[in-house]
Structure formats: C-alpha cells, structure tokens
Design a protein around this ligand. Structure first.
Ligand code: ADP
Ligand code: TRP
Length: 328
C-alpha cells in the first residue's frame, strides 16, 4: 500500500492573515491533529519568497515570524516535521532537474505567473516562471501524496503531477501521484474589494492579520465594503457572514443569516459581531505568538531539528535521483 505523506509550504512574505488561516494553516492543524498519515511536513518556503520584492532583512525576520505564527496556530513539531526550505540541501537541485523536464508552455499558462508578472512588472524574474518546478521538488522530494493548499495553488499541484510523470517516463518510475487536499473555506475575500481574494499584496486594509489587536480588527471591519453592485447578493456581506460562521457562535450566525435572507439585516451590527468573533477567536493565538517571539533561539532550534529530519529523507531521494539521471 502506498503511504500517505502530506506536505505543504507557506511563504514568509508577512504576517499570516485570515485567508491564509482558513485556506491553509487551519487545515494543516486539523490534519495534524487527526493524525491520519504516515508522515507530515510543513515548511517555510523561503526560497520561493525570493521571487518577490522583500528585502533580505524583511525575509529573515519573516521566517522567524511565520514559524512562530504557525506554532501559535497549533502546529506541533513533535507530531510533524517543521522546517525552512533553504535549510534542507537538495530542493534547488531537484528543482533544476525538474526544470529540465518541464515544458515552458506549461509554466507560461500558470495563472499565478500571469497574475504576478502583471503585478510586479519591473521584476518579472525567471524564478517567477520556474516557481512550480521548485514547488514540485518540495513536494516530490518527500514522495508526498497529499498537499493541503488553498484554491489558488491547485494548478501548481496539477503541474507537479505532470512533472512527476515526465520524470518517471524519462528516467524510470520513481515519484508518486500527488493530490490536493482542499479546505472547506477555499477563498476568503478582501474587506475593501470583496470581488478579489484577500491577499497581503492588496494592502493592509484589505486583510485581517491573525496578530491584529481587537481594536485594529474593529477598525478594518468597520471600513469593509458591503454595498452591492447592480443588485443581487453583496459579496462583501457574504464574506462577513462566512467569517461569522467560521469564527463566531453558530446561534449568532444563524440569526444574521436569516435576517439577511429576510432583508432586514443591519450591517453595523453584523460588523461588530464579526469583529468580536474574530478578536476572541485569536486571543490565545496572540498571547502564544508574543511568548514565542520573545525567544528567537527556541524557534531557530525547532527549525534546525526539523531540517535535520527532513534532510535525512531528502538525502535518500537525491541519492536515487542523481543515479537515475546519470550524474552519480
Ligand atoms: P497572499 O496571497 O496573501 O500572499 P499566499 O500566496 O502566501 O498569500 O498564500 C499562502 C497560503 O494561503 C496558500 O495555501 C493559499 O492558497 C492560502 N490563501 C491565501 N490567500 C487566501 C484567501 N484569500 N483565501 C483562502 N486561502 C488563501
Ligand atoms: N506556492 C505556495 C504558496 O505560495 C507555497 C509552496 C511552496 C508550497 N512549495 C510548496 C505549498 C509545496 C505546498 C507544497 O502559497
């Protein structure tokens, strides 16, 4: 029987927001706690973040911050392997080998490539294009069969299957087929432009960070757009109701949901209910995060121990791969 091996990565591009949480991190924690796997890896995709515009200092700080945040969300390094991508030797080498079996046309049709290259016109670097080959290397290095990610990453996991097959056809069957594990809430929308997904790149007023204090959350939600464009259900209201359903009390959610259907919902009341729900939900998270960030050495140690475990697996894979492609 094939083993169930789970892997996912998260880029250290800034504080986690509730889109990252509902689309990715919450799922990691649930899967970890259910324990239905042979191995599970979560890593900080620091090499991937080089495709964007962070300064070295920002990247360095974010690696520690995001690690603290996933730990504060409930990731437990005793149950799974938590590491930083760049600490494990082999990811870039396997990424290069995958570059050499990946048709450029497959890379060029990736929505994220088109999207990011239009958003960072002055920095359309080659890494932005070849990014899915590195992501495939992250996944296949550990022979992962399941990848929990948000909707926007489905295409990359599908490409991982294509790349794995190309390798297997050319050099011999070695890599497994990988599937996406999608979350229930696949998409959280921006507060200010609810027709777009909530994303750090839109700006701080668009996102609720997990670390935001209740006052900040309240201020951001107050400004959330609830107006409809041309009749029908307002996407901003849908988004707020979804957040209330995720983070709040079921009874309160049902009341608002019914009054929305009847047409007598008061947006001001809905907004304060959502603010309270989100602020309360992340209270323990904020405390734990603060505590973790007061000891960077402990976080570095957790990452080092994780990298050591991951490296042992990566070494085996790279040993086989090097022989298969004829460089050893
Ligand atoms: P951002 O768009 O803010 O830069 P990332 O691209 O770093 O976020 O995403 C990290 C993870 O969070 C990915 O698995 C992604 O699918 C998920 N994710 C990001 N934004 C959202 C969102 N608005 N709704 C659901 N999932 C999201
Ligand atoms: N591409 C993912 C993102 O931007 C991060 C990532 C890199 C990843 N490598 C991965 C996710 C491997 C899952 C598996 O969110």
């Amino acid at each position: 029987m094939t083993k169930k091996i789970i892997i996912s990565g998260i880029q250290p591009t800034g504080n986690l927001h509730i889109g990252n949480y509902l689309g990715a991190v919450k799922n990691f924690v649930d899967i970890q706690n259910q324990g239905d796997f042979d191995a599970m890896y979560i890593f900080i995709a620091d090499l991937h973040s080089l495709t964007g515009g962070l300064t070295a200092k920002e990247r360095h700080e974010n690696i520690i911050k995001v690690t603290a945040e996933v730990l504060a969300c409930g990731i437990n390094p005793n149950k799974i392997t938590l590491f930083a991508q760049s600490h494990v030797v082999g990811h870039t080498e396997l990424g290069w080998i995958f570059d050499c079996v990946t048709p450029i046309a497959e890379l060029e049709r990736m929505t994220q490539f088109k999207d990011k290259s239009s958003r960072q016109e002055k920095n359309i670097n080659a890494g932005l294009l070849t990014y899915p080959a590195l992501m495939s290397a992250d996944i296949l290095m550990y022979h992962a069969t399941h990848v929990p990610v948000g909707e926007d990453q489905i295409q990359h996991v599908e490409l991982t299957r294509i790349i794995g097959k190309k390798f297997n056809t050319k050099f011999g069957k070695y890599f497994p087929e990988t599937k996406v594990m999608l979350t229930k809430t696949a998409r959280v929308m921006s507060l200010l432009e609810p027709n777009k997904k909530m994303s750090k790149s839109l700006g701080t007023g668009h996102v609720i960070e997990l670390a935001d204090e209740p006052k900040v959350i309240e201020g951001k939600i107050k400004k959330a757009v609830t107006a409809t464009e041309g009749g029908g259900k307002a996407p901003g209201v849908e988004n707020l109701l979804m957040l209330l359903n995720e983070f709040g009390d079921k009874k309160v959610y049902n009341e608002f949901s019914q009054s929305e259907k009847k047409g007598d919902i008061r947006y001001g009341d809905l907004k304060s209910a959502v603010s309270t729900a989100v602020g309360d939900y992340f209270k323990d998270f904020r405390e734990r995060r603060k505590e973790l960030l007061s000891n960077h050495d402990e976080i570095a140690e957790i990452l080092m121990a994780g990298a050591e475990k991951a490296q042992a697996v990566a070494d085996k894979t790279m040993d086989s791969v090097r022989r298969m492609v004829g460089i050893r």
